[in-house]
Design a protein around this ligand. Structure first.
Ligand code: NAP
Length: 251
């Protein structure tokens, strides 16, 4: 039955940035669909744990700004649940500054979290998936700025455009192992990431006026796409970046 294909019973997932925002939404969605989830964050994910319960959720602390955390994340997933079927590379940061004044620090910090660790964590998870020989699902969180330039966000746009390209590369290489690599490009969502924009009345109005759905998105809005791309309902979807944006890109 088609709805059974969306079920994630028995699956083991890693979600980065699990303490808040969209990452918290992914954790809740995957757990509600049946998966056991290891959350990863630089702070605790107690709120997410309270939402899901300890049968389906555990979390660990790791700084994804340092690629050295990758081995520890994989080991914790294997020690806690005994495998890896789903990886959601959700954690991401943004720095806003005129490109004329943009610093190397703001460049490196964004690229390290949004792109470098995303790649090496995907590589490490995929190695486990290949070894397990039961396929897998990797979901990268991209952005509207995988498609557009944005303003005053040079490292963020570069990282998110690269995430879209990398998603295609990895999908091409790993489809033969039954590993699907896809991305979700959220539109303008009401999370910490966009707090500065929402607090700026002019920018906030300009953004809202341009969203056909007429509202900011929420973590709940990405849950359906997350379960779809994590489940066997998407077994023949490879390398695609799915916008969940209230129509922003359609304008
Ligand atoms: P958010 O609330 O700021 O969440 C970002 C998550 O990443 C947080 O859990 C954050 O932890 C974690 N994180 C950041 N740096 C980390 C590090 N060095 N180590 C470990 N964890 C780290 O924003 P969000 O909107 O939910 O963002 C989730 C993803 O969606 C990001 O990749 C973002 O770029 C993308 N996105 C968001 C929007 C939007 O409109 N909100 C649009 C397009 C794409 P802390 O809580 O400790 O900071």
């Amino acid at each position: 039955m088609i709805l059974d294909k969306f079920r994630l019973d028995g699956k083991i997932a890693i979600v980065t940035g699990s303490n808040t925002g969209l990452g918290q939404g992914f954790c809740v969605a995957l757990a509600e669909a049946g998966a056991r989830v290891l959350g990863v964050g630089r702070r605790d994910s107690e709120e997410t744990l309270a939402m899901i319960g300890k049968d389906k959720f555990a979390y660990m602390i790791a700084d994804l700004g340092d690629v050295g955390c990758v081995d520890k994340i994989i080991k914790t997933a294997l020690d806690t649940y005994g495998g890896i079927d789903i990886l959601v590379n959700n954690a991401g940061i943004i720095r806003r500054e005129d490109s004329l004044n943009f610093t190397e620090k703001d460049w490196d910090e964004v690229m390290n979290v949004n792109l470098k660790t995303l790649f090496f964590l995907s590589q490490a998870a995929a190695r486990v998936m290949v070894e397990q020989n039961r396929g897998g699902k990797i979901i990268n969180v991209a952005s509207m700025l995988s498609y557009q330039g944005g303003i005053r966000v040079p490292s963020y746009t570069s990282s998110k455009s690269a995430v879209k390209g990398l998603t295609m590369t990895l999908a091409n290489e790993w489809a033969k192992y039954g590993i699907n690599v896809n991305a979700i490009a959220p539109g303008y969502m009401a999370t910490n990431n966009t707090e500065a924009l929402r607090n700026d009345p002019d920018r906030s109005k300009a953004i809202l006026d341009r969203i056909p759905a007429g509202r900011w998105g929420t973590p709940e809005d990405i849950m359906g796409a997350g379960v779809f791309l994590a489940s066997s309902a998407s077994d023949y979807v490879n390398g695609f970046t799915l916008a969940v944006d209230g129509g922003w890109l359609a304008r």
